[in-house]
Design a protein around this ligand. Structure first.
Ligand code: FAD
Ligand code: DHB
Length: 390
């Protein structure tokens, strides 16, 4: 087999890239380890920047998104028994969109099915070869048989635990990492959201986030220890703990119900530099992870892919390698700003087990400052809605 761009990973980054390339007349094959059923049901992100919504519209997969999304003009921070709203729209001119990653995954898979994009699901033992030569190739197994795909370029879109980043020699990669001493326990339930906008709660029992997927489906997260097992959390235990962390007026109107999903995600900041090695280009979680507090992971993946598709299209149309050569630097400039914001939002809203009384008081003062100063609110708003692409 041969293709122009071999894509490892059929999550949002891989499928967005395949669609952008397909629309530009560039061949791509996607190798994905999981089954379609698994991918369609996987629940993760929920908050999209306008730039991500624009990209989905540009590639013709925005119809259901436009019908079903919720648009939020503000967000709340709750601490010390108070609630403070940040008016995103007034301060930054932009809003954010609530639309689940599972819905985007389904919309992208439907579009690819209609377009006939070659996507190999349940591909086993994917490996990358010849990255610094003229013709790299991908190898994988399926149905007991081994297959080989010769490519011009390979895009590593296989997430944090994928094989693409590991195919880069360790002496070439620089890793920057921060692991947090806690995780997020998330649940999804068929209940109306407790508030019409998101509430990020800093409480002495730990952080809690109230978010949603629709007007009838809620998503809540609790800060828990990094080793916590979701199996130890009955629905009752979760709802009781959540109520304990919300301001009393909010807790009083929380509607509870059976959970549809419950899982723990560890929190980590991670960047691998550079995002290119020879003819391999990394995009999305394969190259960087942010703690979820700023809701930046999926949005960053979409931004990487937008730059990578532009660079590949320029290469095939004009023969110029300029954009491909600048890809890593251009992505990393934006990635580091989102890293900084995600780390800062995490530091502002979570309870750190080893924080000194001084650090705790300073955190309280920072929350009071950020939410009361127009400059502070604007800083939060312009990062939260998404920094410009240039
Ligand atoms: P992934 O979604 O991880 O996709 C990678 C794909 O590669 C997967 O399908 C995987 O099966 C496949 N793969 C892996 N290894 C191999 C292999 N060896 N061979 C072939 N295929 C392979 N982001 C936001 O922007 N907003 C939010 O509100 C938000 N909330 C979040 C909440 C939680 C609890 C979590 C955990 C994450 C959240 N994120 C959020 C982050 C977001 O989900 C990720 O950043 C996003 O999924 C990254 O997309 P990706 O395509 O780069 O990687
Ligand atoms: C969601 C997740 C986040 O990490 C966040 O900051 C906002 C929303 C969500 O799952 O809806």
């Amino acid at each position: 087999m041969r293709t122009q761009v071999g894509i490892v990973g059929g999550g949002p980054a891989g499928l967005l890239l395949a669609r952008l390339l397909g629309l530009a007349g560039i061949d791509a094959i996607v190798l994905e380890r999981r089954t379609p059923e698994y991918l369609r049901a996987r629940i993760r992100a929920g908050l999209l920047e306008q730039g991500t919504v624009d990209l989905l519209n540009d590639i013709g997969v925005g119809a259901r998104l436009d019908r079903e999304r919720l648009i939020h003009d503000g967000v709340e921070l709750a601490f010390d028994g108070q609630r403070r709203r940040i008016d995103l729209k007034a301060l930054s001119g932009k809003s954010v969109t609530i639309y689940g990653q599972a819905e985007i995954q389904n919309d992208l898979m439907d579009a690819h099915e209609a377009a006939g994009t070659p996507i190999v699901y349940a591909a086993e033992d994917v490996s990358l070869h010849g990255l610094t030569g003229e013709q790299p190739h991908l190898r994988y197994r399926k149905g007991g048989k081994s297959h080989d795909i010769a490519c011009d370029f390979i895009a590593g879109c296989d997430g944090f635990h994928g094989v693409s980043r590991q195919a880069i020699p360790p002496d070439v990669l620089r890793i920057y990492e921060k692991v947090y001493p806690f995780g997020w326990l998330g649940i999804l339930s068929e209940t109306p959201p407790v508030n019409h906008e998101l509430i990020y709660n800093n409480h002495e029992r730990g952080f809690a986030l109230c978010t949603m997927r629709s007007l009838t489906r809620s998503r809540y997260y609790l800060q828990v220890s990094a080793e916590e097992d979701a199996a130890h959390w009955s629905d009752d235990r979760f709802w009781t703990e959540l109520k304990g962390r919300l301001p009393p007026d909010v807790a009083a109107r929380l509607v509870t119900g059976p959970s549809i999903e419950k899982s723990v995600a560890p929190l980590r900041s991670f960047v691998a530099e550079p995002m290119r090695h020879g003819r391999l280009f990394l995009a999305g979680d394969a190259a960087h992870i942010v703690p979820p507090t700023g809701a930046k992971g999926l949005n960053l993946a979409a931004a990487d892919v937008r730059f990578l598709a532009e660079a590949l299209v320029a290469h095939y149309k004009t023969g110029s390698a300029q954009l491909l050569d600048g890809y890593s630097t251009k992505c990393l400039a934006r990635v580091w700003k989102a890293q900084r914001f995600s780390w800062w939002m995490t530091s502002l809203t979570h309870r750190f087990p080893d924080a000194s009384p001084f650090e705790r008081r300073a955190q309280g003062a920072e929350l009071a400052y950020i939410t009361s100063s127009r400059a502070g609110q604007t800083t939060l708003a312009e990062n939260y809605v998404g920094l410009p692409f240039a």
